[in-house]
Design a binder for this molecule. Sequence first.
Ligand code: NAD
Length: 268
Amino acid sequence: MTENNGGPYNGLISNRLKNRSAVITGGASGIGLATAKRLAHEGANIVIADICPDDAGKAAADLVDGVFVRTDVTNEDDVINVFKTTKETYGSVDIAFNNAGISPADDASILDTGIEAWRKVQEVNLTSVYYCCKHVIPYMQEQGTGSIINTASFVAVMGAAASQISYSASKGGVLSMSRELGVEFARQGIRVNALCPGPVNTPLLQELFAKDPERAERRLVHVPLGRFAEPDELAAAVAFLASDDSSFITASQFLVDGGIAGAYVTPL
Ligand code: NAD
């Protein structure tokens, strides 16, 4: 255990990710940035892979003494490059948090959602995870160890009448892919889990609800815990899945959803 003064994790925190390196896609904002901080606090070397402008990416990387590699996760060469850079910089690729995702406003009911919006969401949310897993697994096979965490969503396991059809379908794909990879590579020391967050207080969600507070209220009523998650709460789950504390967990749909998926009638 090491003393951690200040920061969001006051008090003692374990050093369980010491000498591990983690690639975090979408690591410059929201859940990804909170996770970069958390994994760094637990001793990991951090590589932030994001499409954001260089100054924002570097600022995020500086916060965690890490490296920023500008990456468009829909571009296979970019994805190959970020894992290669990680291996060259830190000597191993132990943790892949494949987390970048979008939730654009033109993705709604299937009746109103055009093919371009559909394709864009599949590319960023689903094809990206295919590229990331495809190109990180060989490093992990060589090492005989690794933890992959793919960000799906609670909407991968539940339907919503307030539809975002492309988003939900893409996250269903992430969940199925993670399960299958978890099974296929289980005996090679590689664990693959799908993180399924409930609604989280990040720019992605804030943008969606800023214009329409009723939209937020309509969703909040379904959350037993009565609030949206904070990014740090997701980061804590990712740190667990990344570490050996979760050594018997693979191919799982790891719900961190405030009880939504288990609820019928919520408290008043
Ligand atoms: P966010 O918008 O705060 O951060 C997403 C990050 O991904 C940004 O830094 C963005 O620059 C990056 N990104 C977008 N397109 C990219 C691309 N093509 N290549 C590389 N990086 C790219 O979002 P967030 O809320 O932190 O979401 C993170 C993940 O969690 C997403 O996959 C999202 O679908 C999922 N999720 C979010 C919520 C929520 O309520 N916020 C709920 C369930 C699942």
